[in-house]
Design a protein around this ligand. Structure first.
Ligand SMILES: *Cc1c(COP(=O)(O)O)cnc(C)c1O
Length: 371
């Protein structure tokens, strides 16, 4: 009998997460120079890592023979101080994806339910499946989370409600009023998880931390992967009431974040120059794409994050054709959006190249979307 017969059925049934196609792999397959490839597929920072983080990591390498501070004292203290919380409110993760997993470890089982929006970040569904829990999907008209409908969907068995704000891949944000109304309706057995991976890009950031200060069942997730340009380090964090944070600390591995990554993240937090430059180049790129798509009558979802969703007809085909020309975007079939691709905002040169290749691909017979 195959070994899979002895495995947990919910693991066998899982569809593995498909990340953005790596540059090296694409270069190998196409016989191209990696430096000629434009990757705008994983919402990475086109300016690269925070320079302060690079320097701090080089110094940290000298102590690579010593186990990291598993408690992440320095980094957690710095995060806490920045947002006016105590260290006991901060949990570090190997990327904020790990905090999602820790939440599932702590609260999910075969009787539990996890609620998310129809076009939410796919990792929520993947995790619910991995823990054998029931995944409850709520419609998101106009690609915006409907928090009232999500509150309506809460049952006795609901433990986690995921709200990506802004959401990936839609790039849309929910209002403060909707958040406040939602949190007011939370029963004591359910936790609202506000995934704020793109928080630092927002012109009108929400205040969810006030609900944590008030002791509600709310956790905010943030990451160093996006604005700080440190996706390879795998550092994310959760901010939660102490009782919830303590539970998550129990669920993590002793050394879940490494010392070099902790040092880099610590330096990046204070790199305001890098943050401001990234915000500026991102706003410029969003304007560039929105104008270009409007001129071409391509339907797009106005975005407040560092990527944009655009309807191109056959997203899988457009992805493949653009790939052949060395531009990696993300097809959205896995998000129930087979007609769309998601493009991360790059440097002006990368944006121009991506648009040029998109134009070329769409101009080929049969690829132009119905307008
Ligand atoms: C990118 C992203 C994350 C961050 O993942 P890391 O594990 O911190 O790299 C989390 N949530 C959403 C919605 C994202 O798009």
């Amino acid at each position: 009998m195959p070994i899979s017969n002895f495995a947990n059925s919910f693991v066998c049934d899982l569809v593995a997460y498909e990340p953005g196609k790596p540059i090296e792999e694409t270069a190998r397959e196409l016989g191209l120079d990696p430096s000629s490839i434009v990757k705008v597929a994983s919402n990475e920072n086109p300016l690269g890592p925070s320079p302060l983080a690079k320097k701090a990591m080089q110094e940290a390498i000298e102590s690579a023979h010593i186990y990291p501070d598993g408690g992440g004292y320095k980094l957690r203290s710095a995060i806490a101080e920045k947002i006016g919380f105590g260290i006991e409110n901060v949990v570090l993760g190997n990327g904020s994806n790990e905090i999602i997993e820790l939440l599932c470890h702590t609260f999910l089982n075969r009787d539990a339910e996890l609620i998310a929006a129809k076009h939410a970040f796919v990792v929520y569904k993947l995790m619910a499946t991995l823990f054998g829990a029931k995944y409850v999907e709520v419609d998101d008209p106009d690609f915006i989370h409907d928090l009232d409908a999500m509150a309506d969907a809460i049952t006795e068995n609901t433990r986690l409600v995921f709200i990506a704000n802004p959401n990936n891949p839609t790039g849309t944000q929910v209002t403060q009023e909707a958040i406040d109304r939602f949190v007011d309706r939370l029963p004591e057995h359910a936790i609202a998880v506000f995934d704020e991976a793109y928080f630092e890009f927002l012109d009108t950031p929400p205040d969810v931390l006030k609900h944590i200060r008030a002791g509600k069942n709310v956790i905010v997730l943030r990451t160093c992967s996006k604005i700080h340009g440190l996706a390879a380090l795998r550092i994310g964090y959760g901010i939660a009431p102490e009782s919830l944070a303590n539970l998550l600390q129990k669920a993590r591995q002793p050394f879940n974040t490494n010392a070099i990554a902790q040092a880099g993240a610590l330096a990046a937090l204070d790199d305001d120059d890098h943050i401001q430059k990234t915000r500026a180049i991102n706003s410029e790129g969003l304007v560039f794409y929105e104008k270009a798509f409007a001129e071409r009558s391509l339907k797009f979802v106005p975005s407040v994050a560092n990527f944009i969703l655009v309807e191109v007809g056959d997203g899988g085909l457009v992805f493949k054709e653009m790939l052949k020309q060395g531009v990696i975007v993300r097809a959205m079939g896995g998000y129930k959006l087979p007609g769309w691709v998601r493009i991360s905002i790059g440097t002006p040169a990368e944006n121009a190249r991506a648009l040029e290749v998109l134009d070329d691909v769409l101009a080929k017979a049969g690829l132009a979307p119905a307008v």
